[in-house]
Ligand binder design. Structure first.
Ligand SMILES: [Zn+2]
Length: 248
């Protein structure tokens, strides 16, 4: 056996599989066998231990991801190593449809020459990232320097945002304006929905009652007024009649 890639599978309590890769991803692998073993469901693929990705390893890797997808598995790539991130940046299709959840950023301390990998979650990165997070050295507390060109290293993020990132992708180029608008849009209709129908229903109900009552009262008043006038006329006629009779 000359596999340069070791793969371990753990079952998590949540039911998701944690598939951990380590070593060199090249043509010497058992990915084809591994694809057949994995049942449908969620799969977290930890790539922190992948220190090399050879050109010869790309096709087996893509075929393996395709096998997972064909089984209805939605793979999420976590803790991607710098070697994997380099592939994300050089080959847009390297992650296929997998969600990239987290990756490592390599740092070095200029003062004491310590090196460190920082785990960064994609959701924590700004919408259009150009800068890596600040990291203090464990040895001398100085700010560490990213050993890669930050903008180039983070370039994959611009197309990798997948979990619920549709709006952020649309907002690109005018992030602040769009987010304000979306905030307004999110707030305004809610307020209207909450206040207007209940208020108007209440008002309509009340106004309806009032107007009905007023109408009834008005009608009643009109009726009594008519009767009163009629009675008055009858009385007057009667009085006039009596007067005429008395004079005669
Ligand atoms: Zn240091």
């Amino acid at each position: 056996m000359s596999e340069n890639l070791s793969v371990t599978i753990e079952q998590r309590r949540s039911g998701a599989r944690l598939i951990k890769f380590a070593g060199s991803l090249d043509e010497h692998n058992r990915l084809r066998e591994l694809g057949a073993k994995i049942d449908p469901g969620a799969a977290l693929i930890n790539l922190s231990g992948v220190d090399r990705v050879e050109d010869s390893g790309i096709q087996p890797w893509l075929d393996w991801l395709a096998t997972l997808e064909s089984k209805g598995i939605k793979p999420a790539l976590i803790a991607c190593s710098p070697a994997v991130v380099a592939r994300f940046n050089s080959d847009e299709t390297f992650a296929r449809n997998a969600i990239i959840k987290s990756f490592h950023v390599p740092y070095r301390c200029v003062a004491c020459e310590r090196e460190k990998l920082m785990l960064v979650h994609v959701v924590d990165m700004p919408p259009d990232p150009h800068e890596v997070p600040v990291l203090a050295c464990d040895g001398c507390d100085a700010a560490m320097t990213c050993t890669e060109n930050a903008e180039e290293y983070l370039a994959f993020l611009r197309r990798a945002r997948k979990p619920g990132e549709r709006t952020r992708n649309l907002a690109r180029g005018s992030a602040s304006a769009v987010s304000t608008e979306s905030l307004k849009a999110a707030n305004a209709p809610k307020l209207q929905e909450r206040s207007r129908p209940s208020l108007s229903a209440y008002q309509l109900h009340d106004v309806g009652r009032n107007s009905e009552r007023t109408l009834e009262v008005l009608q009643a008043t009109a009726m009594t007024e008519k009767r009163f006038v009629l009675v008055l006329i009858v009385c007057l006629v009667a009085a006039v009649g009596i007067l005429v009779l008395m004079l005669l």
